[in-house]
Design a protein around this ligand. Structure first.
Ligand SMILES: Nc1ncnc2c1ncn2[C@@H]1O[C@H](COP(=O)(O)OP(=O)(O)O)[C@@H](O)[C@H]1O
Ligand SMILES: [Mg+2]
Length: 271
């Protein structure tokens, strides 16, 4: 495996750059010294097991939590994101695993939830149902999502389809950065494939995508760079050309620790 990246070159040119980011919850150190970058039209994967700090990292980027060490830059400007609103206004949209949808409401209602289109003025103002249905249909079609009926309650869609609707929604509302927290974790092979395809669609539309997963087999085919987290620390940060799926898998499985241990044992000169 070659050297880790130097993500600090051109920090200004990145959509988002993190440098030495750390976060504690009381005396629990959830993240420490994290450095990574997110670019237009690139997929940055964050890999790690449970408790690695993946969710903490995206909460910092989505404005739900604030970092207490290091520097976060969004489009070159140093920031601390103090609310989800602030993150959204900067074009950072997060899609969570447990999607905030209203299961009985139709797909189009969920698509526009909180940002409903209206027509008319004053007492004549009402929801522009027709426009919302048409836009939902069009946006989904443009992402290659074939939903027969946007009237269908979103609760009837598969988990994968719901993730895809959420991605299309973020794209429609102007996200520049799309954060996906374990979108494939609860899905089978086929549905995971569908979600992975939409990740590439979002990338091809020029978004910077942050894809969080514990599965290197999902990350490797779609990722341009990979940050590996373990117990809050980075254990590697690679460009795709500098790493193989095998190496990612080995590192995730603690291969690096094993190598280190072997090395230490060697130095003890036990033989
Ligand atoms: N709100 C919180 N309060 C206290 N500890 C937390 C909180 N959120 C996460 N942690 C701790 O921070 C560490 C990283 O958690 P998390 O970011 O959720 O990891 P992951 O998403 O990779 O599973 C864990 O040890 C977890 O217990
Ligand atoms: Mg998590």
């Amino acid at each position: 495996m070659t050297e880790s990246l130097d993500p600090l070159t051109d920090a200004d040119a990145h959509l988002i750059s993190l440098e030495g980011i750390g976060k504690s919850y009381g005396n629990i150190l959830a993240l420490r010294d994290i450095t990574m970058a997110v670019d237009n039209g690139r997929v940055t994967c964050v890999l790690g097991d449970n408790g690695a700090g993946k969710s903490t990292l995206i909460k910092i980027l989505a404005g739900l939590h604030q970092h207490d060490e290091g520097t976060l830059r969004v489009m070159g400007a140093e920031r601390t994101l103090s609310s989800p609103r602030e993150a959204l206004d900067l074009g950072i949209a997060a899609v969570y695993q447990d999607l905030a949808v209203v299961p009985l409401m139709p797909v189009w209602r969920n698509f526009f939830l909180g940002s409903e289109l209206t027509k008319g003025a004053g007492p004549f103002r009402r929801l522009d149902v027709q426009a919302m249905k048409e836009i939902t249909k069009r946006e989904l079609a443009e992402m290659g999502i074939d939903l027969r009926n946007v009237e269908q309650p979103i609760g009837q869609l598969s988990g994968g389809e719901r993730q895809c609707v959420a991605i299309a929604r973020a794209v429609h509302f102007g996200a520049k950065v799309l954060i996906l927290d374990e979108p494939t974790a609860a899905l089978g092979v086929k549905q995971s494939g569908v979600v992975l395809r939409y990740i590439l669609q979002a990338r091809d539309r020029g978004l910077g995508v942050i894809f969080i997963t514990h599965n290197p087999h999902h990350a490797f085919p779609v990722g341009d760079r990979f940050l590996l987290l373990k117990r809050g620390r980075s254990i590697g940060y690679y460009e795709k050309k500098d790493v193989t799926l095998q190496e990612l898998t080995t590192q995730m499985a603690g291969g690096a620790e094993l190598t280190e241990l072997a090395h230490e044992l060697e130095q003890l000169n036990l033989s």
